[in-house]
Design a protein around this ligand. Structure first.
Ligand code: BG6
Length: 467
């Protein structure tokens, strides 16, 4: 954890992310002793006082904290919480932060967490400047960072007028997931896989993140954002970066982001014909949604990385709301052997190609599936697999939730698992053809796997899910 006491200014403190992840995460970090001393100043448009904010935090912990809640620990945490409404402006905010600092000592550092939609990011940055809360501070910017190339550039420019780059942490919580970091360990700590990690052995890659979840309370945010900006240009592309990058010269922040950004530079801009946009039946009746909305709640696409390692290897990405299953998998399909001596009907190839699959759940799983012989007479083949499950190791309790991990890293000033201005701007640039001419949304039924045309998108391959 960080060496110094921390004042966290949590902007968007009453929002969905704050309740689901940030407040429960901060509760865990504080009560498990990761942070030497802490105060949290909640800020949002809502007109609350500290007592009401503490109640909100309690509800959030009751609903979303995954460990048993220790009453004494929660009482201590509640003491750390204060609240100021945005309507108080810079003076009220400055006051509250100074009070918090007085409580935990002059050595303390500040962490501003902007859990706000893209359109609110700049005004909040300006407010922090006005309140003179820049020194000894770091700032976490939630995704999506901007809504297109132009707005991301503007946001970066304006942000730099207030905060220097080394104080800025653009968060993408998928990079804080244990299994995402495990991709780096898996690839670069072993001699076994890296030699085959290229177009000579890999046929195609899928990054598939269907969700059963709907919009919850986030109708207005989601309506303005859609699945592409919410998930693809952010989480899915960042994961793609880890999968596709060259070995970095070291595990330091700069070499890692350089290699990831090289992948992004090699990505071919996304053409609308390679994209299926979907909207679940019933979406238009949700609260906060336009009755004629064209926002996609589902997206599947094919993208290409035009470099020596990946030329000709399609990457298929899919994600959406209200789908049949909640999964987060990356699956790598290997090429078929050059010649098969197994007779037709033996079962060879019948269950798809050999696969390496990563499950990005906290309880990480990895599996390698391949053909082997079915017991009995003759030569009949079946798909077998080698599996690793974090659950079986007894170490699952040590897994830090993604946001917890990243909050700690930002407090320590470690940029390794954060995204860069350049990288994000390049991803918006890659997205431009799609954002300028999005194909029409196709309806799908809640509980399905998306619009029918997703199968054409991957043909002659098939979606790996459902298993
Ligand atoms: C968030 C998106 O960034 O990620 C949500 O805004 C999505 O729409 C969520 O549900 C998924 O994250 P996780 O960690 O639950 O896979």
């Amino acid at each position: 954890g960080p060496k110094f006491p921390q004042v966290v200014v949590l902007v968007g403190a009453t929002g969905d992310l704050s309740r689901r992840k940030l407040l429960p995460g901060l509760f865990h970090l504080c009560s498990a002793g990761f942070i030497p001393a802490c105060r949290i100043v909640g800020v949002s448009l809502d007109d609350l006082d500290a007592a009401a904010f503490r109640r909100l935090a309690r509800e959030a912990v009751d609903l979303f904290f995954v460990r048993p809640v220790d009453e004494a620990a929660f009482a201590a945490f509640a003491e750390m919480l204060d609240y100021v409404p945005l309507s108080g402006g810079a003076p009220a905010l400055k006051d509250a932060v100074e009070r918090a600092e007085a409580a935990i000592g002059a050595e303390s550092r500040r962490l501003h967490y902007l859990s706000v939609p893209p359109a609110a990011a700049l005004p909040v940055v300006r407010l922090l400047g006005e309140a003179d809360l820049v020194a000894r501070s770091r700032i976490i910017m939630e995704k999506p960072f901007g809504t297109d190339l132009e707005s991301a550039r503007l946001l970066n420019r304006k942000l730099h007028e207030v905060f220097p780059e080394d104080q800025i942490f653009r968060i993408d919580h998928f990079l804080g997931k244990e299994p995402a970091q495990n991709i780096l360990a898996f690839r670069f700590a072993n001699g076994l896989f890296e030699p085959i990690w290229n177009r000579n052995f890999i046929d195609h890659v899928q990054i598939d993140v269907p969700e059963t979840l709907g919009l919850g309370q986030r109708g207005a945010f989601y309506e303005a954002t859609g699945a592409y900006r919410d998930m693809v240009v952010t989480h899915l592309f960042q994961i793609l970066g880890f999968m596709a990058m060259e070995p970095p010269t070291s595990l330091e922040p700069l070499p890692i982001s350089e290699e990831k950004n090289k992948v992004f530079r090699s990505m071919v801009p996304i053409e609308p014909r390679d994209v299926v946009r979907g909207q679940y039946n019933g979406y238009r009746a949700e609260e906060g949604v336009d009755p004629e909305s064209d926002t996609e709640t589902f997206i599947a696409l094919k993208c290409a990385i035009d470099n020596w390692r990946w030329a000709g290897v399609p990457f298929f990405l899919r994600t959406g709301k209200r789908l049949a299953e909640g999964q987060r998998i990356i699956s790598i399909a290997f090429r078929e052997p050059p010649k098969s001596m197994f007779p037709v009907g033996s079962g060879v190839g019948a269950q798809g190609p050999d696969h390496l699959t990563f499950d990005l759940a906290d309880a990480t799983k990895m599996s390698l599936s391949f053909y082997g012989k079915r017991p009995g007479p003759g030569m009949r083949l079946d798909k077998l697999s080698l599996q690793f499950a974090m659950r079986d190791t007894g170490m699952l309790g040590e897994v830090l939730e993604a946001y917890e991990r990243l909050i700690l890293d930002a407090m320590r000033g470690d940029h390794t698992l954060f995204t860069t201005a350049d990288g994000i701007e390049r991803l918006w640039e890659v997205s431009t053809p799609l954002l300028e001419a999005p194909p029409p949304v196709r309806l799908y039924e809640p509980g399905s796997w998306g619009p029918k045309s997703i199968h054409q998108l991957v043909a002659p391959h098939a979606w790996r899910l459902p298993f």
